[in-house]
Write a protein that binds this ligand. Structure first.
Ligand code: S3P
Length: 419
């Protein structure tokens, strides 16, 4: 196996791209977004806001949002299609809960299985009229706007989507709204809402927002997505004789669990050119390393929740045991990531056992090629693409085109580093 060499620039962060469109739509005046992620999920958000009456120009260099202020959205003539995007569904629900019209939200087969009770509960406590049309706590959802009250919500899960939905509804409430979570989830909403002019405060695991701010259009430069960089961090570490430079990676501490984990496993990663453009960003120099197993649990879990599939691949190639705990949220992502990772890593020859809230991997077994079904889950497709490079023989990934959701140029970038 030849090593990976050269450099890549990571596409824009998915979470931050969604938020820039949403907050730009609710702000007065023009918002300009550069390095926006042109992935299917973020395009779903653009499509939803266009249907709600916002003019959005999408050019290869930038996105221009002609915001109409907090009260400028209009009813959509048809149901909003959120595609595969949980972030679009949950965040937009917080906004729609306060609009003076009715909206129906629907998406693909994966979205129709994702739990929505987690946002229906706090939004209903605020006074929202929000139902699951099939009464199964999943999309399609029907949302009728209402007058909302501020609440202090204690979330059972550390979820940025839940926190953000409540904070966005809080923009329209009659008093302050607070969310306390069991551990801090990604804080991009808090950072960017403040940048647009909202009054947002955080103390420990609580975020608070004051209602009816005047939001003003801004220029947003989206950093590269550390969740996308994770596949190249893993590939650079695991494929012998590799040395790659991964440019423009967002390293917000609520997202950098993959870096801490890779370093703790013995990975050779150097942060270069650290800078701050709204969000902290750096370039990563990654060299092949011998990894060893570790235990990953507790408050670090929300900071690497989307990276657990690729961490599983790292653990399968590492020496010794890796234990992942406190990650039951994996079951309700785009697929049940505990079940799917255990099934296909086992098929490829790894020793992995699923638990109620994670998995245990005995690393070091050789992997062999297999047929993998990505289960409508982009992160499963990308994780097994890296596993395929480590395996003896051919691997076929059904649904590999799903990389389109968060990283359309994934295979081009990977192939460029292999030349
Ligand atoms: C996201 C939050 C996380 C993450 C998802 C994107 C966001 O979900 O898994 O990919 O942009 O807020 P939860 O908040 O449900 O954990």
């Amino acid at each position: 196996m030849t090593g990976l060499h050269g450099e890549i620039t990571i596409p824009g962060d998915k979470s931050i791209s969604h938020r820039a469109v949403m907050f730009g739509a609710l702000a007065d005046g023009l918002t300009q977004i550069t390095h926006f992620l042109q992935g299917a999920d973020c395009l779903s958000t653009i499509d939803c806001f266009r249907r709600l009456g916002i003019e959005i120009e999408n050019t290869p260099e930038k996105i221009l949002i002609h915001g109409k202020g907090l009260h400028g959205l209009q009813a959509s003539a048809s149901a909003l299609d959120v595609g595969n995007s949980g972030t679009t569904t949950r965040l937009i629900s917080g906004i729609l809960a306060a609009q003076p019209f009715e909206t129906v939200l629907d998406g693909d087969d994966s979205i129709r299985k994702r739990p929505m009770r987690r946002i229906m509960e706090p939004l209903s406590m605020m006074g929202a009229d929000l139902i699951s049309i099939k009464e199964n706590d999943c999309a399609p959802l029907r949302i009728r706007g209402n007058a909302l009250h501020g609440i202090h919500y204690h979330s059972k899960v550390a979820s940025a989507q839940v926190k953000s939905a409540v904070l966005l509804a809080g923009l329209y409430a009659d008093g302050e709204t607070k969310v306390t979570e069991p551990a801090v989830s990604r804080n991009h909403s808090e950072i960017m809402l403040r940048y647009f002019g909202a009054d947002v405060h955080t103390t420990g695991t609580t975020a608070a927002i004051k209602p009816q701010p005047h939001l003003t259009g801004q220029s947003v430069t989206v950093p590269g997505d550390i969740s996308s960089a994770a596949y190249f961090i893993a590939a650079g570490l695991l494929i012998p004789n590799s040395e790659i430079l991964i440019r423009n990676v967002g390293i917000n501490p609520t997202r950098d669990g993959i870096l801490k984990t890779a370093l703790a496993m013995g990975g050779d990663i150097t942060l270069l050119n650290e800078r701050r453009e709204g969000e902290p960003t750096a370039d990563l120099l990654v060299k092949s390393s011998s990894l060893h197993g570790i235990t990953i649990e507790g408050d670090i879990i929300p900071t690497l929740i989307d990276e657990i599939p690729i961490i599983n691949i790292m653990a399968a190639a590492a020496e010794g045991k890796t234990v992942i705990k406190d990650a039951a949220e994996l079951k309700v992502k785009e697929s049940d990531r505990i079940k799917v990772m255990v099934q296909y890593l086992t098929t490829m020859g790894a020793e992995i056992t699923g638990t109620d809230d994670g998995m245990i991997i005995e690393g070091g077994r050789p992997l062999h090629g297999a047929v993998i079904d990505s289960h409508l889950d982009h992160r499963i497709a990308m994780s097994f693409s890296i596993a395929a490079l480590l395996a003896e023989g051919e691997t076929k990934i059904k649904g590999s085109e799903l990389v389109n959701i968060s990283y359309p140029s994934f295979y081009d970038d990977l192939n460029r580093l292999r030349r």
